[in-house]
Ligand binder design. Structure first.
Ligand code: NCD
Length: 312
């Protein structure tokens, strides 16, 4: 039962619960018109203390497409945070108005603090370099729709594995499926954090390899997950400038990839995928963004306890 629960990290839900969300998302994708009134009278609050395009818009679009309404802010300066209000107090107050709260925050753990301050379900829409569970739902649904499975996969993850929260969430979520292998492609400075190495990979005996060059991995992966170098998490501009163009996936590199390999990217892209790759049928990142809205529609329905039986 997902009604009333919060989603702070992917492991908060069991594999069966995730499967239920994906099944509902697929139903909604088939016939979205059937769902346009299921959340009539419900209110979603979006508390975004950090910039966002896809995540905020896809949540807002998801709620509106279910018939619900949305309130919120998209920068901390326009909220009482600017006056020094604590996260707990803001969430406790917003919880008096809304049925569901979505929070993005630059500090790791902020949504968890918020979740403790109100009974209203809280969704973590990205906390610092830590986790981004709804991006992971989007990623898993995209992989499942294309590959027909979430097990027996070799996944290449390329770019900023140190600060990329989508990477940490994805690895954690994938660690529960059978026979997953990771090829981790990053510069030395942007390798996965120690806690991911120990608590996710080593603890679950997951096979992983770490390489420096995309060319060493591209012909061996089923899924290539590209990421941008997370400029906002660097302490100095110089390091960012040095590392930002470490990887650029272009048509020439794609020639070495298998015809079934798919490219995912949480977006926004900066330079890491050349625009010429967009027309390659294996480039699924915009399709992935679209699925993000449908999976959030399914998630909202589940957390609000909207029965699929109420759809007519
Ligand atoms: C990601 C994020 O915010 O972590 N974007 C998103 O939500 N799709 C990835 C990124 O910003 O690089």
């Amino acid at each position: 039962m997902l009604k009333g629960r919060s989603l702070l990290e992917p492991m908060d839900f069991s594999l069966e619960e995730l499967e239920d969300i994906f099944a509902l998302a697929k139903e909604i994708m088939k016939e979205p018109a059937k769902y346009i009134h299921v959340a009539d009278g419900k209110l979603l609050a979006t508390l975004f203390y950090e910039p966002s395009t896809r995540t905020r818009f896809s949540f807002e679009a998801a709620m509106l497409r279910l018939g619900g309404q949305v309130i919120g802010f998209s920068e901390a300066n326009s909220s009482s945070a600017a006056k020094g209000e604590s996260i707990a107090d803001t969430v406790r107050t917003v919880g008096c108005y809304a049925d569901l709260i979505v929070m993005r925050h630059p500090k790791e753990g902020a949504p968890r603090i918020g979740a403790g301050a109100s009974d209203v379900p809280m969704i973590n829409a990205g906390d610092g370099g830590h986790q981004h569970p709804t991006q992971t739902l989007t990623d898993l649904l995209t992989i499942q729709c294309d590959k027909g499975r979430l097990d027996n996969l070799t996944i290449g993850i390329c770019g900023d594995l140190k600060f990329g929260r989508t990477v940490h969430s994805l690895m954690k979520a994938m660690s529960r499926y059978k026979n997953i292998r990771f090829i981790l492609i990053s510069p030395e400075e942007l390798m996965i954090p120690d806690y991911v190495r120990k608590e996710v990979l080593e603890k679950n005996n997951i096979f992983f390899e770490e390489v420096r060059r995309l060319e060493e991995a591209i012909d061996r992966v089923d899924v290539l997950y590209m990421t941008r170098v997370q400029k906002e998490r660097f302490f100095n501009e110089e390091d960012y400038v040095r590392l930002k163009d470490s990887y650029i996936l272009d048509a020439e590199k794609m020639e070495k990839a298998s015809k079934d390999m798919i490219i995912l990217h949480p977006l926004p892209r900066v330079n890491e995928i050349a625009v010429e790759v967009d027309k390659d049928p294996r480039a699924l990142y915009f399709e992935q963004a679209k699925k993000g809205m449908f999976v959030r529609m399914a998630l909202i329905m589940k957390l609000l306890g909207i029965e699929e039986g109420s759809v007519n």
